[in-house]
Design a protein around this ligand. Structure first.
Ligand code: IPM
Ligand code: MN
Length: 351
């Protein structure tokens, strides 16, 4: 089987991790007769600085027919993040209706959690983050710039359809896993959108009597991600809460350098986008020490989405085995001193 894949390395450590991970991902495909035909796009902040736009105007048309998209990272010290993100990643998520942001949180064997007493396998949950609306809606404005009466309005937008589709996907995931779902809101303080969210969870839950539902406010959920991360299985949250909680999830499971994500358009017709959660990390950009494993694991999610489960499993097994081996190379975020390329060279031998 052959798939057309668009690759956008992007900014900062994005190109480092994508260049390193792609050969590993391709090896896993090759091992199962899966060929990836890659087209690389140089859409990044340097393009914005040269030509005034992160991507060409017809960028989403160019991407629309690919089977999947792999993204490194977006973000650059010379341009405010809200400009670069709104010029690349956010329009892709919204235009392609990638309403599920799926982010697994796994404490791998051989990786140390900053939390005392947790061992490999103890933390293993997945966050379903709403990815097209909520607090990320582009609704609001700013007036009277620089004056004392300056005003900024930023509206969160929750639609019944938008909430229902992510909640339903999360219930399906919970049913496939251990049958428990945690819905995170702040409906004590946000009495409109978040209460709509709670109502929809209640309604949809009636169709899933086999799934146990827990409702948490986001402040309590943050505490519990630290206090009892082993008890979560599937977590569903709004765009902003899902964003924040998945960084916390990555931290308690050892490193941002291990956290993959999938921005999914589950019902078609658009491609889904796969990316490491870590971002462009300008502080270590160009030093070739970025951890490529989050991108490799994003590649596994890409294969899974294409229905290529065997290739996905090969990537995951290689990563698991590498992390479990005390002799294997590790990047500094995991306490090692290996370069990015050493980690991927070792992985390629394992595949
Ligand atoms: C993420 C990132 C993005 C987000 C930023 C860079 C806009 O933090 O993918 O988690 O908040 O969605
Ligand atoms: Mn984030």
């Amino acid at each position: 089987m052959m798939y057309e894949i668009a690759v956008i390395p992007g900014d900062g450590i994005g190109p480092t991790v994508v260049d390193a991970a792609l050969p590993v991902i391709k090896d896993a495909g090759d091992a199962h007769g899966v060929e990836l035909d890659v087209t690389t796009y140089d859409w990044r902040t340097e393009r914005y600085l040269d030509r005034g736009a992160m991507m060409p105007e017809d960028a989403t048309d160019q991407l629309a027919d690919f089977d999947a998209i792999l993204l490194g990272a977006v973000g650059h010290e010379e341009v405010p993040d809200h400009v670069t993100l709104r010029g690349l990643l956010l329009p892709i998520r919204k235009t392609f209706n990638q309403y599920v942001c799926k982010r697994p949180t796994t404490l791998f064997e051989g990786v140390r959690s900053p939390l005392r007493g947790y061992r490999g396998g103890d933390i293993d949950f997945v966050v379903y983050r709403e990815n097209t609306e909520g607090e990320y809606a582009d609704v609001g404005g700013r007036e009277h710039h620089g004056y004392d009466n300056e005003v900024a309005v930023q509206s969160a937008v929750f639609t019944r359809e938008g909430v229902e589709r992510i909640v339903r996907r999360a219930f399906e995931a919970a049913r496939d896993r251990s049958g428990s779902l945690t819905s995170v809101t702040k409906s004590n303080a946000q009495a409109y959108g978040m209460v709509l969210w709670d109502d929809v969870v209640d309604e949809v839950s009636e169709e899933y009597p086999d799934v146990a539902v827990e409702r948490l406010l986001v402040d309590a959920a943050s505490m519990d991600f630290v206090r009892r991360p082993d008890e979560f299985d599937v977590v569903v949250a709004s765009n902003l809460f899902g964003d924040i909680l998945t960084d916390l999830g990555a931290a308690v499971s050892g490193s941002m350098g291990l956290a993959p994500s999938a921005n999914l358009n589950p019902d078609g017709p658009y491609p889904s986008l796969f990316e490491p959660v870590h971002g462009s990390a300008p502080d270590i950009a160009g030093r070739e020490i970025a951890n490529p494993l989050a991108t490799v694991l994003s590649g596994a999610m890409l294969f899974e989405d294409l229905g290529e489960d065997a290739a996905a499993a090969d990537l995951r097994t290689a990563v698991q085995d590498q992390l479990a081996s005390s002799a294997a190379p590790r990047t500094p975020d995991l306490g090692g001193d290996a370069a990015t390329a050493e980690v991927t060279a070792d992985l390629r031998e394992r595949i």
